[in-house]
Design a protein around this ligand. Structure first.
Ligand SMILES: Cc1ncc(COP(=O)(O)O)c(C=O)c1O
Length: 418
């Protein structure tokens, strides 16, 4: 008789999503480009995968700061000054660069305070349950990020009532809040930008509905951090003019090319979250070298150099988006530097990714469950340090793809609306 652990694992391997993925691996051993190993990184966004050098259009390092000499030097300085890790939960102590990075984030955004978590996932699964009690309610947009959903589940397990409302629909939010009354307090969680569809939420309208129903807003702006808004500070301040009644979440990994996430807002809220976010109390912090690097990235975002960096990125995004549209492809997104081309069925999507790989480009083939069944896309992440020529070459490969296979001509409703 196999050991209980072996039986457990064998059972899980044949259950739900694991079975689905194993089937994909079995059915398309050659096509499925998941779980890849990057063997080397070269200059000009080149990477080596499966022994082949290709141009990487799969990096969230939108501003190209992962290769910036100043950011690399900050990491080295951090290691020399502080070592690799400070080995303590922040409940006990924080290194000075942690406090400095939080002050700098708050100054950059224009909030009173900010709190750094080791990732946005840990921010959402720490702050959201931390913000509510069993007397309160937590509601989220149906398309909000998976980690917001996990935050709701944790809160629910502790007795908070939770609900979802139709995507980007303020009247659906109002109905959801009304149906949950009476409650003591309410938190409304949404994304600041939906990377797949490129849609922005109607923030002002959501804030009005929230305030009218005794609720506050919690905006996960991870995809916008560093790449939208004045000095890259995201969508919230530019859309609302201030942060009244709003907590803003940002990423320190994507546009920042460092590590972590943050929640920013009033000092009193940050003080309470520090005491009520389990991942911060029972888990470790962002290591000091990355905190030094975060401070350096903030200097770049606040400098005269930023507009030129952003202009390069925006021009690259436009070049790819406009070029793909001219080819007659169905293009989603393009507001943040994530440009998706609809490819449809799972197999067609995997084949399309392989087709581009063989022509020298790594892009991500995204299939169910990340998108609805039959609504697969090629997701291309544009970086400021891609050259115009690399983008034109990718467009030529997309054109060849469109000639070799029939691609869908309409956006499936399930991708953009309830
Ligand atoms: C809106 C949003 N929230 C959270 C995350 C997760 O961020 P992290 O990798 O820092 O956990 C992502 C990552 O794609 C995201 O897009």
């Amino acid at each position: 008789m196999p050991a209980p652990l072996d039986r457990l694992i064998a059972c899980l391997a044949n259950t739900g999503m694991t079975r689905f993925f194993r089937r994909l691996f079995d059915d398309y051993p050659d096509l499925l480009m998941k779980d890849q190993t990057v063997e080397e990184i070269g200059p000009n966004r080149r990477i080596k995968l499966r022994g082949r050098w290709v141009t990487n259009f799969g990096s969230d390092s939108f501003l190209g700061l992962d290769q910036d000499a100043r950011v690399k030097a900050a990491i080295e300085r951090g290691v020399r000054t502080w070592g690799t890790h400070n080995g303590s939960s922040r409940a006990f102590s924080s290194v000075a660069p942690n406090v400095r990075a939080e002050q700098k984030i708050a100054e950059w955004l224009g909030t009173e305070a900010a709190l750094i978590y080791p990732s946005v996932t840990l921010a959402n699964t720490g702050a959201l349950p931390g913000l509510v009690t069993r007397h309160d309610v937590l509601v989220a947009d149906q398309f909000a990020h998976n980690s917001i959903d996990d935050g709701l589940k944790l809160a629910k397990a502790r007795g908070t009532r939770t609900a979802k409302f139709s995507h980007n629909d303020p009247s659906a939010l109002e109905d959801a809040l009304k149906s949950l009354k009476p409650y003591r307090h309410a938190v409304v969680a949404i994304d600041g930008v939906y990377s797949m569809s490129g849609q922005l939420p109607p923030l002002a309208e959501f804030r009005r509905v929230a305030a009218a129903n005794d609720a506050c807003l919690y905006v996960d702006d991870a995809h916008a951090t560093g790449v939208l808004g004045t000095c890259g500070r995201g969508t919230v301040r530019d859309a609302l003019g201030d942060y009244d009644n709003v907590l803003t979440v940002g990423s320190l990994s994507k546009g920042f090319s460092c590590l972590g996430g943050f929640v920013a807002g009033p000092q009193t809220a940050v003080d309470v979250l520090k005491l009520r976010s389990n991942p911060l109390i029972f888990g470790g912090p962002v290591p000091p070298p990355y905190l030094e690097a975060i401070c350096t990235v903030l200097d770049v975002l606040n400098s005269d150099e930023y507009p030129a960096l952003r202009a390069r990125l925006d021009a690259n995004v436009r070049r790819l988006t406009d070029g793909a549209k001219k080819l007659g492809l169905v293009v989603l997104g393009g507001l943040v530097p994530i440009v998706s081309v609809l490819t449809g069925a799972e197999e067609a999507t995997l084949k399309a990714g392989k087709f581009l790989f063989e022509r020298g480009f790594y892009v991500q083939s995204v299939v169910f469950p990340a998108v609805p069944h039959g609504a697969g896309v090629l997701r291309m992440q544009v970086n400021a340090n891609h050259s115009a020529e690399q983008i034109d070459d990718l467009l030529a490969a997309l054109e060849a793809l469109a000639h070799s296979t029939a691609l869908p001509s309409k956006i499936p409703a399930a991708l953009v609306a309830a």
